[in-house]
Design a protein around this ligand. Structure first.
Ligand SMILES: Cc1ncc(COP(=O)(O)O)c(C=O)c1O
Length: 400
């Protein structure tokens, strides 16, 4: 008999992290594996941010801080929301946590009762459903096909809402598709939400700065101020500032929700790392010019990789408006036979074939709730991306 809690049986380890681990293991065994499965920038944290972390240690900023983050950091986060998103928050409406992940976890744990529903547009980031389940809620998947740009429409949203709906999760730019909601698209979703006052919205804006539309970034609470008291806006330094390992994320929302999330955090992890908080403060208050360089570098890799993928017969993808992922359709490969006689029936089969025969790790669409696709992260060197696409093309060419 297992000595583990029942709640564990309902969830699984993050499929993207597992796949990355498998790729690293294969590499350790001597295979020349290219992993396009990780969800993090390939840049180093800018040096002045690292210096702020080192200085924090030297200055003795190594003890507990306020549970929800230092007053200085929460003030800087409030300034960020004001300057970049035209959203006014008091520092008491802001929580700093151990990565964006903990903000989400706190939010669901603080609000979900058994039977409460959370609408998750699919394809979705892999952690949303499992976090909802852990918190006792029920994920409701709203399918967003490629023809709708992988985005939820007002019609689909209206149909998904029930009296038990607690949250809608909106992620723009999206992991895994890179889809970005326009101002007009948010406007019509806001109209549906205004008609359903029992529904909260969690806006996961963590990829805000990796946006190629040329238009300013927009978020729901900014588009419709009447929804601001029902929106939790999540952001952080992980993706924009190449700080995934520092583990600093933040959320802004109604005071009672933020207070509840703080209570939860006080009884679980307490404050996020004091040193990382000082580094995040330097990130938010420091120069921003390099964000443009990061973005341009991602954009040129996106353009070239999209062209290379579309040149592989049986694969297709559009050029997404944000983030650093491509969501590639592999519909054209289904039903084909591998040289070993195996049949490619699903996107998992396609990804397993690519890993074994081409030594390229990509994540099957089934992990994100929409098949038959796979996700490529192009946050790696162009040379590596070129080599990966060459290998995929070769592996596809020997299918029957
Ligand atoms: C959509 C999305 N939200 C949130 C996160 C969490 O970010 P963090 O590393 O700050 O916990 C990620 C990380 O992969 C993500 O892709």
């Amino acid at each position: 008999m297992s000595d583990l809690a029942m709640r564990l049986s309902a969830i699984k380890p993050s499929p993207t992290l597992s796949l990355n681990k498998k790729a690293l293991e294969m590499r350790a065994q001597g295979h020349d594996v290219i992993a396009l499965s990780a969800g993090e920038p390939d840049f180093r944290t800018p040096p002045w941010i690292c210096e702020a972390g080192k200085k924090a240690i030297d200055d003795g900023k190594t003890l507990y801080t306020d549970v929800v983050g230092t007053p200085a950091l929460r003030k800087a986060v409030a300034q960020k929301f004001l300057k970049e998103n035209s959203l006014e928050y008091d520092p008491s409406q802001i929580i700093v946590s151990t990565g964006g992940k903990q903000v989400l976890f706190n939010a669901f744990m603080a609000t979900l009762n058994p039977g409460d529903e959370v609408i998750i547009p699919a394809p979705y980031w892999v952690s949303y459903p499992d976090m909802v389940i852990l918190a006792g809620g029920t994920p409701i998947f709203a399918v967003c096909p490629e023809k709708d740009g992988f985005k939820i429409t007002p019609e689909v949203l209206s149909q998904a809402i029930t009296p038990r709906t607690k949250w809608l999760v909106l992620n723009s730019p999206s992991n895994p598709t890179g889809a970005v909601y326009t101002k007009d698209e948010l406007r019509v979703l806001a109209d549906v939400l205004l008609k359903n006052p029992h529904v909260l919205t969690l806006c996961d804006d963590i990829y805000e700065h990796i946006l190629y539309t040329g238009e300013p970034f927009v978020t729901l609470a900014q588009i419709e101020p009447r929804l601001k008291d029902r929106v939790l806006t999540l952001n952080g330094v992980s993706k924009a500032y190449a700080m995934t390992g520092w583990r600093i994320g933040f959320g802004a929302g109604p005071k009672h929700l933020i207070t509840a999330m703080g209570t939860l955090q006080s009884q679980s992890t307490s404050n996020p790392c004091s040193i990382a908080q000082e580094a995040a403060l330097a990130a938010l208050e420091g120069p921003k010019d390099f964000l443009k360089d990061f973005k341009e570098s991602f954009q040129s890799r996106r353009d070239r990789t999209v062209a290379l993928i579309n040149a592989v017969e049986g694969l297709s993808c559009g050029a997404p408006d944000g983030a650093f992922y491509l969501y590639v359709s592999c519909q054209g490969l289904l039903g084909r036979t591998t040289p070993d006689g195996g049949c490619l029936d699903t996107d998992s089969d396609v990804c397993a074939y690519f890993l074994e025969k081409a030594n390229v790790a990509v994540v099957p669409g089934v992990a994100f709730g929409l098949s038959p696709y796979f996700r490529i992260s192009y946050a790696t060197s162009q040379e590596t991306l070129d080599e990966a696409c060459t290998r995929l093309k070769k592996a596809v060419s020997v299918l029957k």
